[in-house]
Design a protein around this ligand. Structure first.
Ligand code: AGP
Length: 612
């Protein structure tokens, strides 16, 4: 979603801002803009990519040591130059960038119109810009005060940075619901939607909390107040991210790099958590909440998209080995459907970005009902990580490709560790079985490494099916979420319609779609309901469907039935998702590349969905 970068300090702002926007491109956007202040407050913006903006400003005056920049993911008003940010106020003295949605913008706009304001764009952001200007002029207050007062009048979500033509030393930043980080350099300040544009300049950051407004002045200390005028002491944290994690490192796309990082990211998610000698699993971040987990009536998992698929694997794991009831909810449904939540429920929120608006809202709802909330997040210091009572980071490292890959396997790894720990505490599995499982789990990174070698076969399959219009993905038990995830990956980046189904459900409808044109990906590994899945494959073959099967190394039966077979190493049934997902990620990747799709930034998608 929208990306924000701002700078004030001794250096020229433009190169820092453009560089920052490029770092934020992964979030997904459709237009870009920048405002710079030297003698004049100048705004440049354009529809399209950051490279289009660079072209657009080729001959422009780009001087100034203070500025704000933005990538916009359209909500109100189509993606065009007028609707792109920054937005000027009516007098052109104030410029503002915004991520989020001002829900009561229509009412505010009407009021401002009656006071003579004329709007250029269809955005909610321009309304906020003029509201700030109106308050500043009518109440004779500073820009900081005007922003603070204005934010008391808006409902919705925002991360904003504002600058004033008459004050070349000051930026005002504020947030509610949308993320904002302030980087504190030697003698300069950076503001961004996440730490990626900041990391190359400083590791010292302050994460703004909801309803906080920051006064950021050249050569002066950072000041923070709440919108209700309460002073806050800035809490400076150290970033742990490193710059190389944000580069492609020789790969053609971030997605491919991230697929190949999985042996390491899974290992990093397990590091220091499995103790084979002592025969135990520890998760430091939630240790103080283990009693709550033990006393829980049930676990509710809330998440969206790929993280929801990881949650589904979590449900199978918790119920299978820790024998505790689990419900997996789409955060967007959960938050609005008046769910029954008890104080003894433990809610686990899963999110790569830690910024997903629906997941955050689901957390707030569950919190208000007294439930204990644990988080599984990838981005350290993110809003969800901070909104939960406790949590466990996945340690997958920055995920830049919009299609989530390594974050998924890291989430499943952490859920596996949680389920194992809970099973140990509840005594639902015996010691020797527990040992067997943690020993096998610690071998998974090596097995993922082995699984990554299937490229030749995957490319052959991609070549054959790259032009079809539909795909069906089938799996049962632990492999059902894998089918969903495989289908999601394909549709996200190749724009081929794909459906994931529990294999046995096929005969209740989707079987009608099967003919010789229809590729059906079946995850048919050798455990659990293998025989039943073999029957499902026969049903597909009887209708001339083309079967691509993911099987366990050495499989004989499916090999005779399927048109294409991809082998993965033998493992425990519950760990199969960690392996079987990998060739499906690669299949989606290669098909998308062959179709000339923008793999890392697929159309219409945003990496971090900060609006509902
Ligand atoms: C995955 O490939 C997606 N782009 C998307 O479904 C994503 O998983 C979803 O938006 C949730 O994001 P989160 O994990 O950052 O909360």
């Amino acid at each position: 979603m929208c990306g924000i970068v701002a700078y004030v300090g001794p250096k020229q702002a433009y190169p820092i801002l453009i560089n920052g926007l490029k770092r934020l491109e992964y979030r997904g956007y459709d237009s870009a803009g920048v405002a710079l202040l030297e003698e004049e407050l100048l705004v440049y913006k354009t529809k399209g990519k950051v490279s289009d903006l660079e072209e657009h400003v080729q001959n422009a005056n780009l001087g100034g040591t203070i500025g704000i920049a933005h990538t916009r993911w359209a909500t109100h008003g189509e993606p065009n130059q007028v609707n792109a940010h920054p937005h000027f106020s009516q007098s052109k003295e104030i410029a503002l960038i915004h991520n989020g949605i001002i829900e009561n913008y229509a009412l505010l706009k009407q009021e401002l119109q009656t006071r003579g304001y004329v709007f250029q764009s269809s955005t909610d952001t321009e309304v906020l810009t003029n509201l700030i200007e109106d308050i500043k002029l009518n109440e004779g207050v500073s820009l900081f005060e005007a922003v603070r007062i204005a934010l008391n009048q808006v409902t919705g979500a925002y991360a904003i940075v504002v600058m004033d033509k008459n004050d070349p030393n000051t930026l005002i930043a504020a947030r509610k619901g949308s993320p904002l980080v302030i980087g504190i350099g030697q003698n300069d300040y950076f503001v961004a939607s996440d730490a990626t544009p900041i990391i190359e300049y400083t590791k010292n950051v302050v994460y703004l909390d909801d309803e906080e407004v920051a006064l950021i002045r050249r050569d002066k200390d950072l000041k923070i107040k709440t919108i209700r005028n309460q002073e806050k002491t800035p809490y400076i944290q150290k970033l742990e991210m490193n710059l190389t994690a944000l580069e492609k490192g020789g790969y053609e796309h971030f997605m491919l790099k991230e697929i190949y990082e999985q042996p390491t990211s899974i290992m990093d998610s397990m590091r220091g958590r499995i103790h084979l000698e002592q025969g135990t699993v520890t998760l430091g971040g939630i240790i103080e909440y283990e009693q709550k987990l033990l006393n829980a009536n049930r676990i509710i998992i809330v998440a969206c998209g790929t993280s929801w698929h990881a949650g589904l694997v979590g449900e199978y794991l918790f119920e299978d080995i820790a024998r505790i009831p689990v419900e997996v909810e789409y955060a967007s449904e959960f938050r609005y459907r008046n769910p029954v939540i008890y104080e003894r429920d433990v809610v686990i929120a899963i999110s790569q970005s830690g910024e997903t608006a629906d997941t955050l809202a689901a957390i707030e709802l569950a919190k208000s009902k007294g439930a204990t909330i644990l988080g599984i997040c990838n981005v350290v210091g993110s809003s969800i990580a901070r909104a939960t009572h406790a949590g466990t980071y996945t340690h997958a490292g920055p995920e830049i490709g919009v299609a989530s890959t390594k974050a998924f396997t890291a989430q499943v790894t952490v859920l596996t560790l949680m389920a194992l720990r809970l099973a140990q505490l509840r005594g639902t599995i015996g010691r020797s079985r527990f040992m067997q499982l943690i020993t096998e789990l610690s071998l998974i990174p090596e097995k993922v490494e082995q699984t990554l070698k299937v490229s030749k076969k995957v490319i052959e399959i991609a070549e054959k099916f790259k032009d079809v219009r539909n795909f069906l993905y089938l799996g049962r038990g632990y492999n059902f979420p894998v089918a969903l995830e495989g289908a999601l990956k394909l549709k996200e980046i190749s724009y081929i319609h794909a459906e994931g189904y529990p294999a046995a459900e096929m005969k209740h409808g989707p079987i009608a779609l099967i003919d010789e044109e229809m590729p059906v990906v079946v995850i048919a590994t050798n455990k659990g309901t293998y025989d039943k899945v073999v029957s499902n494959i026969q049903e597909v073959k009887a209708r001339k469907g083309q079967v691509i099967a993911i099987v366990t190394e050495g499989d004989k039966e499916v090999k005779h039935l399927a048109d294409y077979v991809i082998e993965i190493p033998e493992t425990e049934e519950m760990f199969v998702p960690l392996l079987a997902t990998v060739p499906l990620q690669k299949l989606a990747y290669h098909i998308a590349v062959m179709r000339n799709c923008n793999v890392d930034q697929p159309r219409n998608l945003a990496k971090s969905v900060t609006v509902e």
